[in-house]
Design a protein around this ligand. Structure first.
Ligand SMILES: Cc1cc2nc3c(=O)[nH]c(=O)nc-3n(C[C@H](O)[C@H](O)[C@H](O)COP(=O)(O)OP(=O)(O)OC[C@H]3O[C@@H](n4cnc5c(N)ncnc54)[C@H](O)[C@@H]3O)c2cc1C
Length: 467
C-alpha cells in the first residue's frame, strides 16, 4: 500500500501512469487496479486527491436525460450514473434520490418541456413526466410565484462528491496502485519507447500514460504534440445556505437549460444544506476560484425568483469551481496508440456522474493501444465513513459509542463530528495533509460557525495526527 507526498519518486518503471487525481483520474486508477499484473501510478500535483474541480461542484448524480443524444457524454453519463449508484450503495457514499424539477417560468420555457421529455426518451430515460402548475406547487410549496409547469425527472439524485473521489482512490491504493501526491508533472519526454515524466519530485518512467489533468489536460496534450482542444475555465460560483433552509426545498430545482450550461439551480445537499448556483463565466485564469460580489449578486437575484424564502436564510459559505470547457460539445477522450497515450479532456459539467463509465472506456482504449491488461479480478469492497445527513452518523449510534466513547465526544458541534471520526480520518489509507482535507473527510469546520468554535480543537487533533 503506497501513498507518498514527499521524497523522490520510485525509479522502477510503471506500466501505466495516470496524471491527475480528480474524480476521473481516481476512477481510472481504480479500474486499472482490477488488473493485478499492471504496475500503476496515480500522480497528483496537489497534496490530496480531489483538490481540483472535483471538490467544488453541485454534487448531482445526473441521469443524463438532457445530454446530447448520440454523444459520447450522453452514453458515459447514462452508464456512469448506474455504475456510481451501485458503487455508492456498496461503499457507503451518501446518495439521496430526491429527483429534479425542471421549472418553466414563461411560455417559451413551457413549450420547451415536451421537447426535453422527448430528448430524455432518446437518451433512454423514460420516467420523466410533465407537471402543470398546480402539480408543481403541490410538490414545491415554497417555489416563487409565476411558475407555469415543470418536467419531473425522478431519477436525479444528490451525492457526496468528496467521499466518491476518496473511495475510488482508497480502493485503488488498497489494490496496489501507488498514489504520489505533490508531484506536478512539468514535462513529458518519450525516449526509447517509454514516457519520462519530469515532476516536482524527480522523474518517473512509465510505459503508458493517461492524461486526466482536468483544467490542464490541454497543456499536457500539447507537450505530447496534440492540438485537439483548448480548455477555457468556466467558473461556477455557489452559495451554501444553512441547514435551516433545508425544509424549503424537496427536489433539485433546475431551470430550462441554455447554450452556456444547465443554468442556476437550487438543490439540497447530502450534508443537509441548500446550494444556490452555479454561475457560468468563461475566464482565462485556471486558478480563478474566488467568489465575486457580482457573482453573489447574480445568484441572489436568480434565487429570489426560484425560492424567495431562501434569501432570508443565512449563507454558511461560498465557493467556486472551474469547469474544463473546450471549443467542442463533447468529451475529448482519445487514444494515441503509437505513443501508448490516452487523453481524457473536456470533462466539463458531468464528470462526477460519468467517472466510472469514463474509467471503463479509457481502460478499453488503453488495451487498444497494445497494452496487455492481463487477468482481471473483482475488487474487495471499501466502506467509507458516512457524511450524509439522511443516514445514521456515529454520534447517533448508541452501540458504537458504548464500544468506543470517542464517537460520542463531539468536536465540531455544528456538524456533529466526533473525535472518533477525526481520529479515523487521520489514520485512513489516504490521510488528509491539510485541515481542508480533513474537512472533506469528516465535515469538521464546515458548519454554520465555519470553525469559529471548533477550529482550535480540530487543528490540535490534526497536528497531533501529523506527528
Ligand atoms: C460548478 C460546477 C458544478 C458541477 N456540477 C456537477 C454535477 O452536479 N454533477 C456532475 O456529475 N459533475 C458536475 N461538475 C463537473 C465535475 O465536477 C467535473 O467534470 C469533474 O470534477 C472533473 O474531474 P477531473 O478529475 O477531470 O478534474 P479535476 O478534479 O480538476 O482533477 C484533475 C486533477 O489533475 C491535477 N493536475 C493537473 N495538472 C497536473 C499535472 N501537470 N501534474 C499532476 N497533476 C495535475 C489537478 O491538480 C487535479 O487534481 C460540475 C463542475 C463545476 C465546476
Amino acid at each position: 500500500m503506497t501513498v507518498t507526498a514527499r521524497g523522490a519518486l520510485p525509479s522502477t518503471p510503471y506500466d501505466v501512469t495516470v496524471v491527475g487525481a480528480g474524480v476521473v483520474g481516481c476512477a481510472i486508477a481504480r479500474e486499472l487496479a482490477r488488473h493485478p499484473r499492471l504496475r500503476v501510478a496515480l500522480v497528483e500535483a496537489q497534496d490530496d486527491v480531489g483538490q481540483g474541480t472535483s471538490k467544488a461542484n453541485t454534487a448531482i448524480l445526473h441521469t443524463g436525460f438532457d445530454a446530447t443524444p448520440g454523444s459520447l457524454e450522453a452514453r458515459l453519463v447514462r452508464e456512469g450514473s448506474r455504475r456510481l449508484a451501485a458503487f455508492a450503495a456498496e461503499s457507503g457514499i451518501p446518495v439521496e434520490p430526491v429527483g429534479a424539477l425542471l421549472v418553466a417560468w414563461d411560455e417559451e420555457q413551457r413549450a420547451a418541456l415536451p421537447r426535453l421529455a422527448e430528448k430524455a426518451e432518446r437518451n433512454g430515460y423514460r420516467a420523466a413526466q410533465l407537471l402543470d402548475a398546480a402539480q408543481l406547487y403541490a410538490r414545491e410549496p415554497h417555489l416563487g410565484a409565476g411558475a407555469l409547469g415543470a418536467l419531473h425527472v425522478p431519477g436525479e439524485s444528490i451525492i457526496c462528491p468528496w467521499t466518491t473521489t476518496l473511495a475510488y482512490a482508497t480502493q485503488a491504493v488498497l489494490h496496489g496502485v501507488d498514489l504520489h501526491l505533490n508531484s506536478a508533472v512539468q514535462q513529458v519526454n518519450r525516449p526509447e519507447g517509454a514516457h519520462l515524466l519530469t515532476t516536482d519530485r524527480g522523474t518517473l518512467r512509465t510505459r503508458c500514460l493517461i492524461n486526466a489533468a482536468g483544467l490542464h489536460a490541454d497543456t499536457l496534450d500539447r507537450d505530447l504534440g496534440h492540438h485537439d482542444f483548448t480548455v477555457t475555465p468556466r467558473r461556477g460560483q455557489l452559495l451554501v445556505f444553512d441547514k435551516f433552509a433545508r425544509s424549503l426545498v424537496r427536489h433539485i430545482l433546475l431551470p430550462v437549460p441554455t447554450a452556456l450550461g444547465k443554468g442556476v439551480l437550487v438543490t439540497p445537499t447530502v450534508y443537509g444544506n441548500v446550494l444556490l448556483g452555479p454561475t457560468a463565466e468563461d475566464l482565462d485564469d485556471k486558478r480563478a476560484t474566488a467568489s465575486t460580489a457580482d457573482g453573489v449578486a447574480l445568484l441572489r437575484e436568480k434565487g429570489r425568483r426560484i425560492l424567495p424564502a431562501l434569501l432570508d436564510e443565512e449563507v454558511t459559505a461560498v465557493y467556486a469551481g472551474l469547469r474544463a470547457a473546450t471549443e467542442h460539445d463533447d468529451y475529448r477522450i482519445t487514444a494515441h496508440p503509437s505513443q501508448a497515450y490516452v487523453t481524457v479532456g473536456g470533462i466539463r459539467s458531468t464528470g462526477l456522474t460519468a467517472s466510472l463509465a469514463i474509467a471503463a472506456h479509457v481502460t478499453e482504449l488503453l488495451a487498444d493501444t497494445g497494452l496487455a491488461l492481463g487477468p482481471e479480478r473483482e475488487l474487495e469492497p471499501v466502506r467509507m465513513p458516512n457524511l450524509g445527513e439522511a443516514f445514521p452518523r456515529p454520534y447517533q449510534l448508541a452501540e458504537l459509542i458504548d464500544a468506543d466513547p470517542e464517537y460520542g465526544t463531539l468536536v465540531c458541534h455544528c456538524e456533529r463530528v466526533s473525535r472518533g471520526e477525526i481520529r479515523d480520518a487521520l489514520a485512513a489509507v489516504i490521510p488528509p495533509n491539510s485541515l481542508d482535507g480533513l474537512r472533506r473527510r469528516t465535515r469538521a469546520r464546515s458548519g454554520r460557525c465555519q470553525g469559529f468554535h471548533c477550529g482550535a480543537a480540530v487543528r490540535a487533533l490534526f497536528e497531533e495526527g501529523q506527528r
